[in-house]
Design a protein around this ligand. Structure first.
Ligand code: SF4
Length: 104
């Protein structure tokens, strides 16, 4: 009997079709590799994990203004609680980051 060329034997999973093998490869590419990437990306603060905001480090946040540009005259600044719409955590009114956008 001539074996079906689409059926292969794997020592861990037994007989399987080539299509199933391709699905496993797709699963590894779409599920496992991104998870490994997140593990290697390094620790994130609890605030950054809890929200979709950028971390202060990734935003290049500093506690001092850049010339006349500072959080208190940025469109992203939320005066109540001294928060920012794009950077996680409390920010200083005199702070600055790479997401600075002048308030109109
Ligand atoms: S975007 Fe940057 S400069 Fe603007 S309020 Fe947020 S932290 Fe401050």
């Amino acid at each position: 009997m001539i074996p079906n060329p689409k059926i292969i034997f794997h020592r861990h999973w037994g007989f399987e079709t080539v299509d199933r093998k391709m699905n496993r490869r797709l699963y590894v590419k779409t599920m496992v590799l991104p998870a490994v990437g997140l593990l290697l990306a390094g620790p994130m603060t609890g605030e950054a994990l809890a929200s979709s905001k950028a971390t202060k480090a990734s935003a290049g946040y500093v506690d001092h203004p850049a010339g006349s540009s500072k959080c208190s005259n940025c469109a992203n600044y939320v005066k109540a609680g001294s928060m920012c719409q794009v950077v996680a955590g409390k920010v200083s009114p005199n702070g600055f980051c790479n997401f600075f956008s002048p308030a109109t």
